[in-house]
Design a protein around this ligand. Sequence first.
Ligand code: ADP
Length: 380
Amino acid sequence: MAKSWYGRELQIGVLGGGQLGRMLIQAANSLDIQLHMLDPDPNAPCAHIAYSFESGSLTDYQTVLNFGKNKDLLTVEIENVNTDALRELEKQGVEVYPQPHILELIRDKGLQKQFYLDHQIPTAPFVFYNPGDTIPYDFPYVHKLRTGGYDGKGVQIIKNEAQLVSSFNEPSIIEECVPFEKELSVIVARNKNGQIKSFGLVECEFNPEANLVEFLFSPADVNPNIEKKAKQIASDLIEKLEMVGLLAVELFLTNDGELLVNEIAPRPHNSGHHTIEIARCSQFEQHLRAILNLPLGETQFHSAGAMLNLIGEKGYEGPVLYQGLETILNIPGVHPHLYGKSHTKPFRKMGHVTISADHMDEVRKKAELVKANIKVISKN
Ligand code: ADP
């Protein structure tokens, strides 16, 4: 008889045990799904709450192979994992979602951009670049490392000759700089049966210093046609990738009203955290439904929402203290999520706060209040 997901028969492994894994466990608990996690950090956010937790390298072939070989299904909460081991595990009958070739495509910004070009997905013009090549664009242009960058760390906007000196010396892509009005994100899911559903459009506001999303608002303040178009692009993309799981699609809305895909992530995403409070089914539950080939959940929002990342304050390093937590807990519709990281350091993502209300005006007011009152500092 086939194994059932709700009978605790399926052994499900997750590569990565960070905050995304932590929220995945919370969703899994409601469906009585047991998750086995692997992460290099023995004190990772999932270490003490996973059904089982192993500490080990996600990029080491043998470690991933050993972790996966007694599992029925594997998923990830981070792209940088050993895909050779995942391919071997697939051969041995383990299901892997997102599929290994998708992880390989997405972790290389060059292959990702080439895929958009080959499949008529709108994106900013670009060229591949190796040190010494001539650059066909005028200043400013964007220089991106093909692999290894995250949270803006592999991205440089080159504005003049002087900045060339410190530019990356590794295989990269060079992109035209897009004059954009907004940065948007859509999260879409697809199961093995081919059912596809997207959450509402999200608008991201960045902290310019940390280059991390600081605030996120949803629904985004855009014309309904833009929302429709963005969802269409996201569902085209997941279908063309033939991907199973959850895909976050980051887009630019240009000053001319055009939508361009910036990059994608094949897993639950920072820009979908608010779905825990404001959608009928959260992105984490949706990811589980998609990889288990279950009917996808309802994605409608029942209120307006915002998300504020709790980022380690500059100048503080050590045991964490969430200053002002009790103050913000007094505000209705405010829900903190602390990731269980014992130590803070400047710009480290330590948690997030979701703010919900009937109308966006109210959400924005409360979001400013939350931001003014909470600080992630250290005890000493
Ligand atoms: P990461 O993968 O590290 O998050 P991104 O490719 O998302 O890097 O780039 C980080 C940020 O840099 C984007 O959120 C955006 O603000 C800016 N950026 C990236 N590409 C462009 C571009 N072509 N034009 C203008 N700004 C860009």
